[in-house]
Ligand binder design. Structure first.
Ligand SMILES: *Cc1c(COP(=O)(O)O)cnc(C)c1O
Length: 428
């Protein structure tokens, strides 16, 4: 069905009731299944006997985002036998039948997370429990098996405990982790996959935050829609991304960093590329300063781990209800933190009336990226970035301080339950 033909005003409760019920049923069935569950304690080890050399931090090969570490973890699932033995083995290609479900029907779900080498030399993951839970939800959304999140989290930790020591050495650097699941069985019928493969790999990334800020091109009807009511925008499934790449490429060719995805005739502001989008503005009726982002309840946008963390930190340290002042935030005016729909017209009006104070996009890949400009049709808005950090990077006042707090947690400048320390083993 063409996304544009779906009435966007349909209440989520009716447009997605069946899907939501199916997700709940599949999660319950997965939990109650008498077939073997995913069991990280069964992991087997086959060490890579031809380990690779690690490219230097400034090696341009990292920009290709295809340099992987020495190992990967794979686990097969079948409808008949449930989860099989997880295997850690040398990184290498898969063998797939050309009739494999994922190659035809986008039966693929994934996660994106980073492992961080702290200033204290320790290796950390950032809230890996949230990634594991989300992967379970994404998997059942496309009729792949439910994945016991605690076991997936253990596998991710074990994997980076093996490849982390060699591949992530320098303090203040990160490596990208990609857990994913595919319908891997030979099965050309359009039906629920009877076989799946879960895998975890690590990929070297260049630093991706843009210190000068990002420029966004707000989507117009000719660029399509990223997500719609009753669709799958709230799931991290491959099917959400392929169809956006043309628009992303076209925006890139015109000098923009990301597409700001709008939805419906009213132009609801949803997400920036594959990251969540925030604005700080003065509310048009109350004049109060607000940090605003689109809500989760109609399942259009992705429940980003970074988004959630930004909201939690802002509520705790910057809002009128803030319980704990935190260094860096004391001098900022208190704000209201709201998850609410707003449109491109609201954004333009705020800009024209001088009420738009800052904007940023956030997600694991781009971290927290300040926005310096947004274009919608022939309206060009320059978004303020009033703060210059020690390293010369620009930011908004609120985005800047929240970014610093997140960084401190990720890189172990402060001890925080979100920064989960990994006991490193390396291959042995
Ligand atoms: C992955 C992703 C995000 C960011 O989520 P994080 O958990 O913060 O990395 C936001 N939007 C979309 C569409 C995404 O795919």
């Amino acid at each position: 069905m063409a996304p544009a033909a779906v009435p966007v005003s349909l209440p989520a409760s009716t447009s997605t009731a069946l899907t939501n019920a199916s997700i709940k049923r599949d999660l319950a069935n997965g939990a109650a299944s008498t077939k073997p569950h995913l069991d990280a304690s069964k992991l087997t080890y086959e060490w890579n006997t031809k380990p690779k050399t690690v490219p230097a931090t400034d090696d341009p090969v990292r920009r290709l985002q295809n340099s992987t570490t020495d190992h990967m973890i794979t686990v097969k699932w079948t409808e008949a036998n449930g989860w099989e033995t997880p295997e850690l083995k040398p990184y290498g290609p898969f063998q797939l039948e050309p009739t494999a479900s994922c190659l035809h029907y986008a039966t693929e779900a994934f996660e994106g997370m980073k492992a961080y080498r702290g200033v204290d030399g320790k290796l950390r993951l950032f809230r890996p429990d949230l990634n594991a839970k989300r992967m379970n939800l994404s998997s059942v959304r496309i009729a792949l098996p439910s994945i016991q999140p605690e076991e997936l989290e253990k596998l991710i930790k074990e994997f980076i405990s093996i490849d982390g020591p060699k591949w992530l050495k320098d303090p203040n650097t990160f490596i990208y982790l990609r857990p994913a699941i595919i319908g891997s069985g030979a099965q050309l019928g359009v039906q629920r996959p009877r076989e799946a493969t879960l895998f975890i790999i690590a990929v070297l990334f260049p630093p991706m935050d843009k210190p000068t800020g990002m420029r966004l091109l707000a989507s117009t009807e000719d660029m399509g829609v990223r997500a719609w009511h009753g669709g799958h925008g709230a799931s991290k499934v491959g099917a959400n991304y392929g169809p956006t790449l043309q628009a992303q490429g076209a925006a890139g060719a015109r000098g923009f960093d990301q597409v700001l995805w709008l939805l419906g005739p009213e132009g609801r502001v949803t997400e920036a590329g594959a990251s969540n989008f925030f604005v700080v503005w003065k509310n048009k009726t109350t004049g109060r300063t607000q940090l605003v982002t689109a809500p989760l309840d109609d399942r259009i946008i992705l429940d980003g781990v970074t988004r959630r963390s930004v909201l939690e930190l802002a509520r705790k340290h910057l809002s009128h209800e803030a319980t704990e002042p935190r260094a860096g935030g004391e001098d900022l005016e208190k704000i209201e933190v709201v998850e609410e729909n707003f449109t491109i017209t609201d954004l333009i009006q705020a800009y024209d009336e001088g009420r738009l104070l800052e904007a940023f996009a956030c997600g694991t890949a781009f971290f927290l990226a300040p926005i310096n400009g947004i274009q919608y049709k022939d309206k060009d808005m320059e978004v303020p970035m009033p703060v210059t950090a020690k390293d010369g990077s620009k930011a908004g006042k609120y985005g800047g301080v929240i970014k610093t707090w997140l960084k401190e947690i990720m890189y172990g400048v402060v001890d925080h339950p979100w920064g989960v320390v990994i006991n490193e083993r390396g291959p042995q």
